[in-house]
Structure formats: structure tokens, C-alpha cells
Design a protein around this ligand. Structure first.
Ligand code: NAD
Ligand code: ZN
Length: 366
């Protein structure tokens, strides 16, 4: 097991990564001087698989586990869940010194993290991510929150976890489509920060897709390292942290016009990265070889780089509405070489339209 650190002064915290890392939970709880009850927030898919084991580890630490379950799925990432979770915390007598454990994917992590941020004006929480998205992205960085019918992730708080425990064996039960979608974020980390990581994804595809634990350790650890460095340098997304949004400006627009149902987030990000590649080429920042290399890697993981019915105008409109469009200016993250990106705020509507048009084709072999 390897331990990484998110360096945020007195709010610094460890990320423990490895096969079997979950066994470190009792030690983590004792380091945090947990007392009394520990709330384990999970969802209706993950709870039946792993809550009992987590509860046993909590009991091993001499503490009382309390399980709080929400229905699985993005549609349930709503303010009502905060009310419910906090209600359970109150009923079970959790106090300011209690700890909340988020056991699940990004949805559970965001909701449980936000509940922890709100309960008694903030209690500590531990992330135990169970999807690739959560292990390489959402569990690190302290962004928590829920959706509002008028906008995704629009109600939330920055609340850093006290510890992140990434156990790769929990991925065993993760559905294939979720696995692949999560790997889009790993490919993204390669493009924005590390050509070696990108090359690893190119050469280890089969082992990674078969969830070979040995093969998964490096990309997950490296992704956490990249995210941890970015968060430590720019916790509140004033600058550098925006790099993590590579593929997301287009991706969020695509998610919105497809009603958040057609594509998983990672699939929309895959499309968004391809559009960002087309944009970078149009700007003369990269050549065709870059675009083709990125496309081949995305497609090798069964992720989309085309959507023949993409509504270009509606997507542009949705991108403008996205909360990241400050004062009407869209910020695009574009690569200028593999492993390095830059920000552009001077992209014209025509250029963005042309980039999106690169997605409007039938998939290869269709
Ligand atoms: N806070 C952040 O910085 C951040 C970053 C990226 C994404 N997010 C958020 O994360 C969410 C997406 O996360 P996600 O992709 O993990 O989705 P998710 O939490 O909905 O999990 C996907 C599905 O897999 C199931 N599942 C999870 N782990 C499993 C396992 N080990 N075995 C079997 N089934 C399992 C879940 O029940 C769910 O049905 C979005 O709401 C997004 O906004 C947040
Ligand atoms: Zn993402």
C-alpha cells in the first residue's frame, strides 16, 4: 500500500492506495481519535456489497457503525438526501466529533461529503471510493455537493476529507461500462499532465480492462498524485485546478443536451476531449498525429469520439449556460503537446462550433 498526501497545511490528509487498503480503516479512525458512532453513508448498490465489511472494521476499532443508505444514481443527488442523512445522524446521536464515512462512487462521496460539511457546521469525513471516477477524481479535492433541477453541482461546499482510502479490490464488482467511463478521467490526467501515464494507458489496455490489480495500481496512484498536486496548488479553482476540466467544457454541454441519460459522465468527457483535440488542432497548437493518438486511446477503452446526432447549436448554448462560463466567456483547456495543457478564453463561436462538428460523424466501422 502506498500513501500519498494532499498538502493543505493543517488540513493535509493522506490518500492510501492499494489492493486491500480498506484494512487500514481502523488505524485511520484511531489516528482521527474517532469516538462513539461512525456513520457509513452508501448507496443501494454498494451497501449490500461492502457495508458489512466496513461496519466490521469500524467495530474492530471499538466504534459503533451506523449505516445510512441512499438510492443509487445521479437523480438522487439532491438536497433532500442531505436532509435525510443529517436526520439519521441526529437520530443516532452523532456529534461534532463524529466521523462520516462515504462508501461508494462519486454520487455518494459528493452527497455524504456535503452532509458532513453541513452537519453541526462541519464534521470530519473519510472517503472510501468504489468507482474509478471516485478513486481517481471525486474523492480527492474536497468538492462536495448536490444537483439542483436548474443546474448540476450547483449547491455545495469545499470540505476536504480527513482521509481517503482507495482499495482496488472494491472495483471487482464495478460494471464494465462504469469502469471504462472512469478510465476517461485517467486518460485525461495523462493528456493534461503526464505523457508517461498516457503511454501506459496505450500499452496496458487489456490488463486494465480485465481489472488486473497490478496493472491498475499505477494509473490510479498516478492520477491521485496529479489531482493531489493540483488541489494543493489551487484548492479553490482560481487557476491551475481548471486544467482538470480538460474535455469538460464540451463534455458538460453534451451531458446537458442529452439530458444526463444518454452518456455517463466519463463518456461525455471522452467526446469532450476529442472536441478539445480538434480545437487545439484548429488553433495550430497540435498536429493531426496528436488528435489521432488521443482518439485511438479513447476508442481503445470503448469510449466514444463521435455522436452523429450531436445538436451543435444546442450544445453550444448549454456550454454557455454551464456555471463555469464566467461573465459569458467560455474557458477552454487545450493541449499544446501530450502531457501539457494551456487555457484559452479567446475562442470564437465559429471555432467552438467547428470543434463540436468534429464529433458529428458515424462511429468508425458503423
Ligand atoms: N467532487 C468532485 O470533485 C467530483 C469529480 C468528478 C465527479 N464527481 C461527481 O461524481 C458523480 C459520478 O460518480 P460515479 O461515476 O462514481 O457515479 P456513481 O456514484 O453513480 O456510481 C456509478 C454506479 O456504480 C455503482 N457502484 C459504485 N461502486 C460500485 C462497485 N464497486 N460495485 C458495483 N457497483 C458500484 C453505483 O451504485 C452507481 O450505480 C457525479 O455526480 C459527478 O458530479 C464529483
Ligand atoms: Zn469529470
Amino acid at each position: 500500500m502506498k500513501t500519498l498526501t494532499v498538502a493543505l497545511g493543517d488540513r493535509s490528509y493522506p490518500i492510501r492506495v492499494g489492493a486491500g487498503a480498506l484494512d487500514a480503516l481502523p488505524e485511520a479512525l484511531s489516528r482521527l481519535e474517532a469516538k462513539g458512532s461512525v456513520a457509513v453513508c452508501t448507496d443501494s448498490n454498494v451497501g449490500p456489497l461492502y457495508a458489512q465489511r466496513v461496519n466490521e472494521l469500524i467495530a474492530d476499532a471499538g466504534l459503533r457503525p451506523v449505516t445510512c443508505v441512499m438510492h443509487a444514481g445521479e437523480a438522487n443527488k439532491r438536497l433532500a438526501r442531505i436532509d435525510e442523512f443529517c436526520g439519521q445522524f441526529l437520530a443516532e446521536g452523532l456529534d461534532r466529533s463524529s466521523i462520516v464515512v462515504a462508501l461508494g462512487g462519486g454520487v455518494v462521496g459528493d452527497v455524504a461529503g456535503f452532509a458532513a460539511a453541513c452537519y453541526m457546521r462541519g464534521v470530519r469525513f473519510v472517503q472510501i471510493p468504489t468507482t474509478i471516477v471516485a478513486q481517481v477524481d471525486s474523492s480527492v479535492g474536497g468538492k462536495t455537493g448536490v444537483n439542483h433541477p436548474l443546474g448540476k453541482n450547483t449547491i455545495g461546499a469545499f470540505h476536504q476529507p480527513s482521509e481517503v482510502i482507495i482499495d482496488l479490490t472494491l472495483l471487482d464488482t464495478l460494471p464494465d461500462r462504469e469502469l471504462k467511463a472512469g478510465l476517461a478521467e485517467v486518460i485525461k490526467h495523462g493528456v493534461i499532465a503526464d505523457e508517461a501515464l498516457f503511454a501506459y494507458m496505450e500499452t496496458h489496455r487489456d490488463a486494465i480492462l480485465s481489472k488486473d490489480l497490478e496493472a491498475l495500481i499505477y494509473p490510479i496512484e498516478r492520477s491521485c498524485e496529479i489531482k493531489a498536486e493540483v488541489v494543493a496548488a489551487d484548492e479553490r479553482e482560481q487557476g491551475l485546478r481548471a486544467n482538470l476540466n480538460y474535455g469538460h467544457t464540451f463534455g458538460h454541454g453534451i451531458e446537458a443536451v442529452s439530458d444526463y441519460t444518454r452518456f455517463l459522465h466519463g463518456e461525455a468527457v471522452a467526446l469532450g476531449m476529442h472536441a478539445a483535440g480538434a480545437l487545439a488542432q484548429e488553433l495550430g497548437l497540435v498536429d493531426t498525429a496528436f488528435v489521432e493518438r488521443q482518439q485511438a486511446c479513447i476508442e481503445a477503452y470503448g469510449l466514444p469520439t463521435s455522436w452523429s446526432e450531436l445538436p451543435v447549436d444546442a450544445t453550444l448554448e448549454a456550454m454557455r449556460r454551464d456555471k463555469k462560463a464566467r461573465a459569458g466567456t467560455l474557458k477552454f483547456i487545450v493541449a499544446d503537446r501530450m502531457g501539457h495543457v494551456t487555457h484559452r478564453t479567446d475562442i470564437t463561436e465559429e471555432q467552438a462550433r467547428a470543434a463540436l462538428s468534429a464529433l458529428c460523424r458515424e462511429p468508425a466501422g458503423a
